[in-house]
Ligand binder design. Structure first.
Ligand code: NAD
Ligand code: TYD
Length: 339
């Protein structure tokens, strides 16, 4: 089989490529990525020369280019990770989120229709459900929870999900959607909570916690997410949405304290800063459907996953130091100075 993986130079897409090449060496993987600020070719260095791997620098909104690639590769499956993915950036500048996350997804699905692709999988997020209150731990997102978004990012992802379901119903496109909770692990771009806190702590810089730090996220080790997507594309039912999450709810402040302890850094580095606009309070996924239909369960416990992740950032300083030494400095200054 040939699988086109879009956004494969980013965090989850690259981990998915490593997972697929390892578990399904008989398949061919074609990675299509625009290499935005979040995409890193160095991440894919180890697989670049594999005979069953091809990288192509391309924008998923480039209709002609995408159609040409599909004509050439005749993919069996397309897995769409390509997206603008950071909530804070979407608050500053929503336009590119609408372009890539909505128009780009539509362009890929048009190409899937034209070339009769057997499966289009949209990698979505639990953020399309909005948030849950802190005082109702009994509530969790199911696939039936209404879409109710808070940020331009989550709204653009929700729009793409609705389009994907519409392409299924209207054109019969064989679509599946996964909505996963927050991922963590290797190659996570250091603008996101966990890698940002690890990098700052290692550099003895302040650890900027938004608001009171009581917001809750449901963390899943990235490899568990990759395994879920692998199962869905091979065994999932078309036209279906699958929630993916590991029942691992944690408050931001507790994660940041844990990182301080693990690195032997003082909690006095923690600095409470102005809250994110429209900040979602709590996410929590009910993964019953993917468990009962596909037998998926998370395999990595948070205590092990976070230790592996911290170790990875300690042993791959060159990867993230190169990132934070460039354009990232301007971003950091803009988002965090005087906050
Ligand atoms: P990321 O920002 O690390 O990577 C995104 C990748 O997409 C980058 O390589 C970037 O170059 C590429 N890209 C961006 N715009 C593109 C375009 N127009 N054309 C081609 N490539 C483009 O993101 P991530 O954290 O790996 O997330 C991947 C997907 O998973 C996203 O769709 C995101 O919404 C979803 N998701 C992420 C999480 C999470 O915790 N990170 C959780 C659930 C779902
Ligand atoms: P993030 O990693 O941006 O993921 P998401 O917003 O998609 O959940 O943020 C995770 C949580 O951490 C979120 O509640 C916002 C918070 N946060 C901080 O407190 N400080 C930071 O510097 C960042 C980047 C996030």
């Amino acid at each position: 089989m040939t699988i086109i993986v879009t956004g494969g130079a980013g965090f989850i897409g690259s981990n998915f490529i490593f997972f697929e090449l390892d578990r399904h060496p008989e398949d061919r993987i074609v990675c299509l990525d625009k290499l935005t600020y979040a995409g890193n070719l160095s991440t894919l260095r180890d697989v670049m020369d594999r005979p069953n791997f091809r990288f192509i620098k391309m924008d998923i909104c480039d209709r002609e280019g995408v159609f040409r690639l599909f004509e050439e590769e005749k993919p069996d499956i397309v897995v769409n990770f390509a997206a603008e993915s950071h909530v804070d950036r979407s608050i500053e500048d929503p336009g590119v989120f609408l372009q890539t996350n909505i128009m780009g997804t539509a362009t890929l699905m048009d190409a899937c229709r034209k070339y009769g692709v057997g499966r289009f999988h949209q990698v979505s997020t639990d953020e399309v459900y909005g948030d849950l209150p802190l005082d109702r731990p009994d509530l969790m997102f199911t696939e039936e929870t209404p879409i109710h978004t808070s940020s331009p990012y989550s709204s653009s992802k929700a729009a793409a999900d609705l389009l994907a379901l519409a392409y299924h119903r209207t054109y019969g496109l064989p679509v599946t959607i996964s909505r996963c909770s927050n991922n963590y692990g290797p190659y996570h771009f250091p603008e996101k909570l966990i890698p940002l806190m690890i990098a700052n702590a290692l550099n003895d810089k302040p650890l900027p916690v938004y608001g009171t730090g009581e917001n809750v996220r449901d963390w899943l080790y990235v490899e568990d997410h990759c395994r879920a997507i692998d199962l869905i594309i091979r065994k999932g039912r078309v036209g279906e949405v699958y929630n993916v999450g590991g029942h691992n709810e944690m408050r931001n402040i507790d994660i940041v304290k844990l990182i301080c302890h693990a690195l032997g850094k003082p909690e006095s580095l923690i600095t409470f800063v102005t809250d994110r606009k429209g900040h979602d309070m709590r996410y929590a996924i009910d993964p019953t459907k993917i468990h009962s239909e596909l037998g998926w369960l998370p395999e990595t416990k948070f205590a092990d996953g976070i230790q592996k992740t911290i170790d990875w950032y300690l042993t791959h300083r060159d990867w993230w130091e190169e990132i934070i030494s460039g354009e990232y400095q301007n971003y950091y200054e803009k988002m965090y100075a005087n906050r």
